[in-house]
Write a protein that binds this ligand. Structure first.
Ligand SMILES: [Zn+2]
Length: 151
C-alpha cells in the first residue's frame, strides 16, 4: 500500500479539473501598460553561458558599480543583444541578488579569494555584506590572512 503522502499530489492534480473556476477567482493579471509606464527595460546578462535577466532600474540602484553604470556597455554584445561576462556564474547570482535586495550574502562554500575577486571586478565593496553573513566573511578573512602568514 502506498502511503497517503505519495498519492496526494496526484489526487490534487486530478482535483484541479473538478473545482469550478468561479469558486477560486484569481486576481486579474497585471496589465502590460503598467510596465510600459515606468520606462524600464529587461536586460539579459550572460555570465559564462548562464543567462540572468533583470530590470535596468534594478541595476541602476547602485550607479557607482560596474553593472549600475555606463561601464557595463563595454560588455554589450550587439549581435546577441546581451551583456556578456566571462566570470563565475555561481558567485554572480549573489552579486545580482544584491541589486534586488540591497543585501550582499557570502556563500560560505566559496573560496574567499575568488569571491573577493568577483566583487572587485563588479566594483562592489565588501562592506555591503549583510549582517547575516558578515561575521562568516570576516572570520574567513582572518583565517586566510593567518594561513598566508604561516606559509
Ligand atoms: Zn547573508
Amino acid at each position: 500500500m502506498a502511503s497517503v503522502a505519495a498519492w496526494l499530489p496526484f489526487a490534487r492534480a486530478a482535483a484541479i479539473g473538478w473545482v469550478p473556476i468561479a469558486t477560486h477567482p484569481l486576481p486579474p493579471p497585471p496589465m502590460p501598460k503598467d510596465r510600459r509606464k515606468t520606462d524600464d527595460e529587461k536586460l539579459l546578462i550572460n555570465v559564462s553561458g548562464r543567462r540572468f535577466e533583470t530590470w535596468r532600474n534594478t541595476l541602476e540602484k547602485y550607479p557607482d558599480t560596474l553593472l549600475g553604470s555606463n561601464e557595463r556597455e563595454f560588455f554589450y554584445d550587439e549581435d546577441c543583444k546581451e551583456y556578456f561576462f566571462d566570470r563565475d556564474p555561481d558567485i554572480f547570482r549573489h552579486i545580482l541578488n544584491y541589486y534586488r535586495t540591497g543585501k550582499l550574502h557570502y556563500p560560505k562554500h566559496e573560496c574567499l579569494t575568488s569571491y573577493d575577486e568577483e566583487l572587485a571586478f563588479f566594483g562592489i565593496l565588501p562592506d555591503v555584506i549583510g549582517d547575516c553573513c558578515y561575521e562568516d566573511y570576516r572570520d574567513r578573512k582572518r583565517e586566510n590572512a593567518e594561513r598566508l602568514m604561516d606559509d
